[in-house]
Design a protein around this ligand. Structure first.
Ligand code: ZN
Length: 390
């Protein structure tokens, strides 16, 4: 529970601005348990200044005193920690036609989880209503012990226009087009909201040896890729980097029209929406249905998926070399069918790579793309909170 704070501290600090306390907060998080004197030394602050930061961080509910250690002769020192159970990230992951909403505490524990079927929703007002219902439940749950939601993360197919902050190109779920989650969360709930571009990367590399030069392909309604060295993403130094737009690299001049308005993009041939279009079956209009068709032995669907996999293998050889990636994981909802078309994917790689290089790359599909997404989203949200400038 937040404590009242004397005026002399309020006057020295802008309570809502945590920027100046973040360095200290990171130290408290990393060390697990720490005294004020140890923290002051670690960040190079005087004990007095450090004490003011501690009081502020306690006031806003980010840290708590867990015990006092006796130092003899009646003196004692307080031991502090990050309040992991009292601070939360809220994740909204659209995996059309479902919305998975979850509330995760700063210790990584999922305390609330809900799956919403969105098929019947045709207007953004209705979608906002559904999100609003979950928000009320989540705010109630977070507030039970006086805790707070710190951030909202939204992951979805399609992309967010960097200039207007609204969703564009959401392909099979046009209700998302034009929605501005940042404004919605800020205006209605006063919460900062970020879009989740790289979540799946952090989720997938969790099982690779630390420091692996990894390349994660998200095979979804669209096609995205992220490359990194262990925890450090190297392909997305900013939003305008090469790999974020890999789905919209033109592979055929004047080719098939793409949702982005261009022609001949990689996505127009190898993405989920392109495969659904190519199959042209009115009963197969979602990724789930497409995967079922492939897994259920629909030979035309399998052929389409195989051709897409071959094309992906062929077109990824260049970015894989540029990023010097040594391992490759296929994530996203379509990773379910990857084992059936892996041979075709490898065939594409083999146009450039040697068998030894392919063996090392060892393309595998995600063991659980949703769990990876959720874990990765939580990692991103937490990192964004502690390192907002990255
Ligand atoms: Zn395109």
């Amino acid at each position: 529970m937040a404590k009242t704070m004397p005026d002399y501290i309020k006057n020295r600090f802008d309570i809502d601005d945590l920027t100046s306390s973040l360095g200290l907060l990171r130290v408290i998080d990393e060390r697990g348990q720490i005294s004020q004197a140890e923290a002051a030394e670690a960040v190079g602050l005087s004990f007095g200044t450090c004490n003011l930061h501690f009081r502020k961080l306690e006031h806003v509910g980010l840290i708590r005193r867990i015990k006092n250690i006796s130092k003899g002769r009646g003196r004692s020192t307080g031991i502090w920690e990050l309040d992991r159970e009292g601070n939360f990230c809220l994740l909204l992951l659209f995996d059309v036609p479902f919305l998975y909403a979850s509330l995760v505490d700063f210790g990584g524990k999922v305390v609330l989880e809900q799956r919403e079927e969105l098929s019947g929703i045709a207007e953004s007002a209705a979608l906002e209503g559904r999100i609003g219902d979950f928000m009320e439940t989540a705010l109630g749950r977070a507030g039970e012990g006086g805790g707070r939601i710190r951030q909202v993360f939204v992951g979805m197919p399609g992309s967010v226009c960097p200039h207007r902050g609204i969703v564009i190109n959401s392909a099979l779920f046009p209700v998302l087009d034009g929605m501005n989650f940042k404004a919605l969360m800020q205006q209605r709930y006063g919460l900062p909201c970020h879009s989740l571009g790289l979540g799946f990367y952090h989720g997938e590399i969790r099982y690779l040896p630390p420091g692996t030069r990894a390349f994660v392909l998200e095979w979804n309604l669209g096609v995205r890729a992220v490359a990194g060295v262990g925890e450090r993403v190297i392909s997305h130094v900013n939003q305008e980097s090469l790999l974020s737009e890999i789905g919209h690299i033109v592979i055929e001049r004047n080719g098939k029209p793409c949702h982005c308005g261009k022609k001949g993009c990689l996505e127009a041939y190898a993405s989920g929406w392109a495969m659904i279009e190519a199959l042209g079956d009115e009963n197969v209009q979602s990724l789930e249905a497409f995967c079922e068709a492939v897994l259920g032995g629909n030979s035309r669907a399998l052929e389409i998926a195989g051709d897409a996999a071959y094309l992906l293998g062929k077109k990824l050889t260049w970015p894989l070399q540029t990023m010097q990636s040594k391992r490759l994981v296929v994530s996203g909802p379509l990773s379910k069918i990857f084992p059936l078309v892996r041979e075709r994917f490898v065939e594409g790689l083999r146009l450039i790579f040697t068998d030894a290089e392919i063996a090392e790359l060892n393309p595998v599909s995600s063991s659980d793309p949703f769990a990876a997404m959720q874990y990765g989203a939580y990692r991103c949200a937490r990192r964004q909170f502690f390192f907002p400038d990255e």
